[in-house]
Design a protein around this ligand. Structure first.
Ligand SMILES: [Ca+2]
Length: 602
């Protein structure tokens, strides 16, 4: 068997060449000297591209990659394989990747917004690191999950929106971990059709999944109902896999993915009893009129007062909605799909709390002003949304406790994040999709006692694009050249002081529910430039330092002319670097519009 493998020890890269059972370990610098190639080829650069620590142009990098590929193929008989993991010098770490769905960073107490308490999730930050500017590349569920798995932008992995299918046959990081001796599992919400590939065990919700008595698909088989509350079930399944189902002799990687707090926010009994009595502080932009922004913000349909449904989201009973003429077929359908799934006991408990709320609503509604409706809906939204998070936090606590009890805490990387951010009334909105800060940012907390100091705070621009290469780095698994993210292992360990200075973003799902227009953009730590296209052609630019809530589009402000010019340049560079283009935008638009066409009957 032939193979090459690079390892980093004491900041030096060693290249391990394997010829059958014989190994030849050499310093990377020696090998590089022999083949006259630059160091960026072997390990992806640690700083923000297109600018690297060493002054190398994109073109040179591409040439070098091609050179090393040729060299490798010739020297190794077209076989590029990792060395067997048996002779590891260091025990490989386990990974528990916890992802919830639509969990806003504003709703994690470690971020200091004062809305709710999440002591267990906070523990990950207190004992490890918290990231203040972690962002997604595309703020919507399934595309974000595809980026996580592949380490590639949406326009490269093909899953640009919730409509296009995900191609499971392409490489993903858990397949690579499996090849490197890991046992892998995916438990909870994956939100992509087809049997998950790259997992020794999968137990996933079909589609969005249900809060009460949900169906689960085990290893791609027929869905089966599991009685109970979804967040508690997912935690139980994750614990059961770690305790009883996995091979204890292998390192493991568990994707423990919650459905909560996704719409329509049905909490567990213990928490709706508590949270429906609470009142929450309102964001300062709750009554935003969208002046100062472009057409996209004005025409989006995600306003709490206007676009939430009384029955589905606010949990008004259908007969009450009918009485006031605010009933909709969609609301009724949601009621049947959600509350209609409950068993007698669950339903009786639910009615004991939500019936009295409904009775109060009947008294209030006839005299409610538009502002009263916004206030009422905001409070009801926060009560249910935050109550579902309380169960997620409990689950995280159980998992952390298990790691302590099993003696696994030291050698396990624990990450907490969400598939994107979410609006909790900022700009009057719920939902996500925009490159504006609340949906662009995702919460990110991470613990790994061996390498990360407790209380670490990272303000650099990391993305969900970086998860795959980061895990491959931690596990000493070769990172394929096609992966577009960067490992943030050394960044979070405090070993480097240079990092990328800008990130790239794309969003495609339009026209669709919530009507957020197609756009792409670039963000630096301070500025953001976005282009909304297809049925409009508008640019927006924001200065987060002077305008953190992004209320004033400064694109046409001549005092920012130099900044605008620089951001355009960075945007062009990143589009070129990642391989995106106007042609790509058009291609995905055509495919989307085609998929929306009604299917002709035979
Ligand atoms: Ca989501």
């Amino acid at each position: 068997m032939l193979g090459i493998k690079s390892t980093i020890r004491q900041n030096k890269t060693y290249i391990q060449l394997c010829f059958g059972q014989k190994r030849h370990i050499t310093k990377k610098s020696n090998l590089l000297e022999r083949y006259k190639i630059t160091s960026n080829v072997f390990r992806k650069p640690k700083t923000g591209y297109p600018y690297f620590e060493t002054a190398t142009s994109i073109k040179t990098i591409a040439m070098n990659r091609s050179l090393i590929k040729s060299m490798t193929l010739i020297a190794l008989g077209k076989s590029l394989v990792s060395c067997a993991p048996k002779e590891q010098e260091v025990k490989q770490p386990n990974i528990i990747f916890i992802m919830s769905d639509d969990h806003a960073y504003q709703a994690i107490s470690a971020y200091g917004h004062g809305l709710n308490q999440t002591p267990n999730i906070d523990r990950i930050a207190n004992e490890g690191a918290i990231f203040s500017r972690a962002t997604v590349t595309n703020s919507i569920s399934a595309p974000s999950r595809a980026v996580l798995l592949t380490g590639k932008h949406s326009f490269v992995n093909g899953k640009v929106d919730n409509v296009q299918p995900f191609n499971w046959d392409q490489d993903n990081f858990t397949k690579l971990l499996q090849a490197n001796g890991y046992e892998t599992a995916m438990i909870g919400k994956i939100h992509m059709d087809g049997k998950p590939q790259g997992f020794d065990y999968s137990m996933v919700l079909p589609g969005q999944g249900k809060y009460y008595n949900p169906d689960f698909i085990k290893n791609g088989e027929k869905p089966e109902v599991i009685e109970g509350y979804v967040t508690e079930i997912i935690t139980d399944l994750a614990l059961d896999w770690m305790k009883n189902k996995r091979n204890p002799n292998k390192p493991f990687c568990l994707l423990y993915h919650h459905k909560a707090p996704h719409r329509e926010w049905l909490p567990a009994e213990k928490y709706y009893k508590e949270y429906t009595k609470m009142t929450f502080p309102k964001p300062e932009t709750l009554y935003d009129d969208y002046e100062g922004r472009g057409t996209a913000a004005k025409t989006a349909e995600m306003n709490i007062a206007k676009e939430m449904t009384w029955i589905g989201d606010i949990k008004i009973y259908p007969e009450t909605a009918e009485e006031f003429g605010i009933d909709t077929p969609w609301g009724r359908r949601l009621f049947d799909l959600n509350i209609g799934r409950m068993n007698e006991e669950q339903r009786a408990a639910w009615d004991s709390v939500y019936r009295p709320i409904d009775e109060d609503f009947k008294k209030l509604f006839p005299t409610m002003s538009e502002k009263d409706i916004m206030d009422y809906r905001y409070q009801r939204y926060m009560q249910d949304y935050l109550a579902t998070i309380a169960s997620v936090d409990d689950g995280v606590g159980q998992v952390l406790d298990f790691l302590d009890e099993a003696g696994l805490a030291e050698n396990t990387i624990v990450i907490y994040t969400s598939d994107q951010g979410f609006y909790l009334g900022e700009h009057g909105w719920f939902d996500k999709r925009f490159m504006y800060e609340e949906s662009f940012r995702m919460p990110l907390l991470m613990r790994y006692p061996k390498e990360i100091k407790a209380g670490t705070k990272i303000d650099d621009l990391v993305q969900n694009l970086d998860f795959a290469p980061t895990f491959l780095d931690y596990t000493n698994t070769e990172t394929p050249q096609e992966i577009q993210g960067e490992s943030f292992r050394d960044l979070v360990a405090g070993k480097i002081d240079k990092w990328r200075d800008a990130v790239y973003y794309t969003y495609y799902e339009y026209p669709s529910v919530h009507m957020v227009k197609r756009h792409y953009g670039v963000a630096t730590k301070r500025y953001k430039l976005m282009h909304f296209y297809y049925d409009i052609d508008e640019w927006e630019m924001y200065d987060l330092e002077t305008d953190p809530m992004e209320m004033r589009n400064i694109y046409d402000d001549e005092s920012y002319a130099d900044v605008r010019k620089d951001l355009h340049k960075r945007l062009d560079e990143l589009r070129t670097y990642y391989g995106d283009s106007d042609e790509n935008d058009q291609k995905y638009l055509n495919e989307y519009l085609e998929a929306l066409k009604p299917k002709k009957e035979n």
